[in-house]
Design a protein around this ligand. Structure first.
Ligand SMILES: NC(=O)c1ccc[n+]([C@@H]2O[C@H](COP(=O)([O-])OP(=O)(O)OC[C@H]3O[C@@H](n4cnc5c(N)ncnc54)[C@H](O)[C@@H]3O)[C@@H](O)[C@H]2O)c1
Ligand SMILES: [Zn+2]
Length: 358
């Protein structure tokens, strides 16, 4: 078992932990009435046993990003209001990042805020979405534009839940794990490279699943611990995400987020090499590992460079209309850009990089 504390959130990582979820929820949120919320894929697999053990009601919503909306936020909030649940409520979000972000936002706002327990069941949720306290929903203007910081009371991570996760989602989550290796943990990057087959195996072993999740959480929690609200260091987590988000958008979301990030990481490492910040060869190392894990690495020829540039300028991360990039120096170390951890780049470099990554 492994435990962290992050801005008041207790993070427990243990194979088989879901079986003890009820006891841990009671321990972290004593004398509270739990309500379990999950999407309709995860409900029968993992949430229903937790609700039964807690003697709690299980609320469900349709699986998929399309549920991460103000409408779904309102619908769940209305059910809680109809049940006349008070400030002694604790919401237990069991599922992927969609569930965690949505239920986290319901918890952040219900009666001006009730505690939430995050039980992430996808790889993205375990190593990324559930760690750090960001919650929110999408709007037609873009993803994650309405939300709140709301640290969970408890994050309960059972790496064995990954065994039921569809293969494409495990693969997509691997991109964020690779990112964590690149930005802060060289040994972890090499470990992933050495265990590719085991990481993709259908019957994921408990040891491999545990190390995969634990080391990745350690990186994310370590970064967030030093910068809760993205003032500086937290920006290194955006490696691969400037070009990645543009490509994700241009694919009309046919690429999973992690797949777009794989493409974005290779491109941004290449950009760093071109600009002289990044040790030559890093882009190739990242490309090789992504390919080995079945992740895409090339920018579709149909995606016009000018359109990609325009999208990067409109990104949430852009400052004064200029796209910002978090760039690696070498495996495990990011450029600190004089404490800003991200910087604008000459667009001619970005254009050349895009063409090189076709
Ligand atoms: N808050 C943050 O800091 C943060 C960070 C990264 C991503 N996110 C958000 O997370 C979301 C993506 O998360 P995701 O990839 O987990 O998507 P998701 O929640 O849609 O889950 C992916 C799919 O896997 C299914 N699933 C999840 N766990 C399962 C399991 N153990 N067994 C079987 N099926 C399972 C889900 O039902 C869904 O169909 C995005 O909305 C993104 O914006 C948030
Ligand atoms: Zn991401």
């Amino acid at each position: 078992m492994s435990e962290f504390t992050l801005h008041g959130a207790r993070i427990v990582v243990r194979a088989g932990a879901l079986a003890d979820a009820a006891a841990l929820v009671h321990e972290c949120a004593p004398a509270r009435r739990p309500v379990v919320i999950a999407d309709d894929n995860v409900a029968p697999l993992h949430a229903s046993p937790i609700a039964a053990a807690l003697g709690a009601e299980l609320l469900t919503f349709p699986a998929g990003e399309a549920s991460k909306t103000r409408q779904q936020w309102a619908a769940l909030t209305d059910v809680l209001l109809e049940r006349q649940l008070g400030r002694d409520t604790v919401l237990v979000a069991v599922g992927g990042g969609v569930c965690g972000d949505l239920v986290g936002f319901v918890a952040a706002t219900y009666l001006r805020g009730v505690p939430v327990v995050q039980v992430p069941t996808s790889l993205v949720a375990m190593i990324d979405a559930a760690i750090g306290g960001k919650t929110g929903v999408d709007t037609r203007h873009g993803k994650n534009l309405v939300g709140a910081f709301h640290q969970p009371s408890l994050v309960l991570v059972d790496p064995l839940a990954l065994r039921t996760l569809p293969a494409e989602h495990r693969r997509a989550g691997m991109a964020e794990a690779i990112k964590h290796g690149v930005i802060a943990d060289e040994a972890y990057f090499h470990w992933i490279a050495a265990h590719g087959a085991a990481l993709l195996a259908r019957e994921l072993s408990a040891d491999v699943a545990h190390r995969l999740v634990l080391d990745s959480i350690a990186v994310k929690a370590g970064v967030v611990a030093r910068d809760e609200r993205e003032g500086g260091r937290r920006k290194i987590l955006n490696f691969g995400h400037t070009i990645g988000h543009a490509v994700e958008h241009l694919s009309e979301y046919s690429l999973l987020h992690g797949e777009a990030i794989a493409i974005g990481m290779v491109a941004e490492a290449q950009l760093g090499e071109l600009a002289g910040f990044t040790l030559p060869g890093l882009a190739d190392d990242i490309r090789e590992l992504c390919v080995a894990l079945g992740l895409p690495v090339s920018i579709d020829r149909a995606f016009d460079a000018g359109t990609i540039l325009a999208l990067t300028r409109g990104d949430k991360k852009a400052r004064d209309g200029a796209a910002e990039y978090a760039l690696p120096m070498r495996l495990g170390e990011m450029n600190d850009a004089d404490g800003r951890f991200a910087m604008a780049m000459d667009e001619s470099f970005v254009r050349a990089t895009i063409e090189r990554c076709r």
